[in-house]
Design a protein around this ligand. Structure first.
Ligand SMILES: NC(=O)C1=CN([C@@H]2O[C@H](COP(=O)(O)OP(=O)(O)OC[C@H]3O[C@@H](n4cnc5c(N)ncnc54)[C@H](O)[C@@H]3O)[C@@H](O)[C@H]2O)C=CC1
Ligand SMILES: O=C(CO)COP(=O)(O)O
Ligand SMILES: [Zn+2]
Length: 352
């Protein structure tokens, strides 16, 4: 009768606002989960929020366990799984940046237990998504994982985080413009399934962020609020699509490649932003909208050049010519750029 079906998994409670960190236990209690929480965090996020979250759960009568990780690796995922598999652990709580949240998501998926997302930085749109992205050797896995049961995003903490983490989140959202373009292209050329609604939501999220760029300023809590709303909305688009496609195209492949080959990679959001200037150029040519992407990034203090990323120009060229190998995801990069074309794109757009 029906030749298509869909299963959309979204968070039940999304709590955003000033001081909501202290509501983490309440937001979880409402979900009627069994067992105690396993709080996964890393050194700085533990200080700014993790310890307080643990205390909040203890005060609410739970017996939280804690794992502190240093890196987003499969080794870290294994470390978390080992504790999470214990019968008394009912669910996981990831407190930190994108890497901690991805590790928690992936471990939760493995042991079949839900997880709660408590971001300490508005630096990426994985805070809500049902995807986890972890590097392994020469490749990077973006796998379907448990989307958070709840999200607790305290704008006081997010506004207090280093400003560049917030501008990275903005740039991750601005890159949705090219991600959706790549998705549409893959649909037309390779018949990749395209979800109109997820594509429209992702694009609209980027448009709203750019429209509000004037209100995104350091130490302004309203900025954290605007950016977090956008990150939630972009994560929901990924959950609806059941793929990171609405928010991750060629610009993400280039950034993932930079993570592998640059001696000191920049923040995820900053890299995808700069890459997005070049992939927009590839989509629409020298007179296309790449300048709009660059201006939008510049207006929120995000980097627009290789120098501002602190990455050598030759590394950028290598990333452009090899990014298509990262993953089986068709984008504007096709089966690879020639070195001459990569130099042209990076030069015309002023990235190098
Ligand atoms: N699963 C998904 O859908 C998505 C996943 N990602 C992934 O997320 C990762 C990037 O996340 P990021 O947050 O940029 O990197 P990250 O998790 O490495 O955090 C960057 C740094 O900021 C620190 N930090 C976090 N909160 C802080 C605070 N309040 N004060 C001071 N320092 C703080 C962290 O400890 C870390 O040193 C990448 O691995 C990327 O692939 C990004 C977007 C979507
Ligand atoms: O970063 C993402 C969206 O902003 C998703 O990344 P992946 O495509 O690696 O899952
Ligand atoms: Zn991203």
């Amino acid at each position: 009768m029906f030749d298509k079906s869909t299963w959309i998994r979204l968070p039940r409670n999304v709590v955003v606002g000033h001081g909501v960190l202290d509501d983490a236990a309440a937001a979880v209690e409402e979900l009627r989960l069994h067992g105690d929480p396993l709080v996964v965090t890393s050194p700085t996020p533990a200080k700014v929020a993790g310890d307080r979250v643990v205390e909040g759960f203890s005060d609410a009568g739970f017996d939280p366990r804690v794992v502190r990780i240093e890196e987003a690796t499969f080794g870290a995922v294994e470390e978390v799984i080992e504790v999470a598999a214990s019968d008394d652990v009912g669910y996981l709580v990831g407190v930190g940046g994108g890497k901690v949240i991805d590790v928690t998501k992936m471990a939760g998926e493995d042991v079949g237990k839900g997880f709660v997302s408590v971001p300490t930085a508005a630096s990426h749109d994985g805070i809500v998504s049902g995807r986890a992205s972890i590097p392994e050797g020469d490749t990077r896995h973006s796998v379907a994982a448990e989307p958070p049961l709840a999200v607790v995003a305290d704008t006081e903490i997010l506004a207090d985080a280093p400003w560049e983490l917030t501008t990275a989140g903005c740039a991750d959202i601005i890159s949705n413009f090219t991600a959706v373009r790549d998705w549409e292209l893959a649909h037309r050329l390779k018949n990749v399934e395209y979800h109109e609604y997820a594509g429209a939501l992702s694009r609209m999220t980027a448009e709203m962020l750019v429209e509000n760029a004037d209100s995104i300023r350091p130490e302004l809590e309203e900025s954290a609020w605007i950016v977090t709303k956008a990150l939630v909305s972009s994560g929901v688009a990924m959950s609806i699509a059941g793929s990171s496609r609405p928010a991750s195209g060629a610009e993400h492949l280039i950034s993932h490649q930079l993570d592998r080959i640059a001696p000191e990679p920049a923040l995820h959001g900053h890299q995808v932003g700069v890459a997005s200037i070049m992939t927009e150029y590839l989509h629409s040519g020298p007179k296309g909208q790449w300048q709009d992407i660059r201006d939008a990034l510049a207006s929120i203090d995000a980097p627009t050049t290789a120098a501002e990323l602190g990455i050598d120009e030759e590394i950028v060229i290598e990333a452009l010519t090899t990014a298509h190998e990262i993953r089986d995801r068709y984008t504007i990069l096709g089966d690879g750029m020639s070195e001459a074309a990569a130099r042209e794109a990076a030069n015309v757009t002023g990235v190098i």
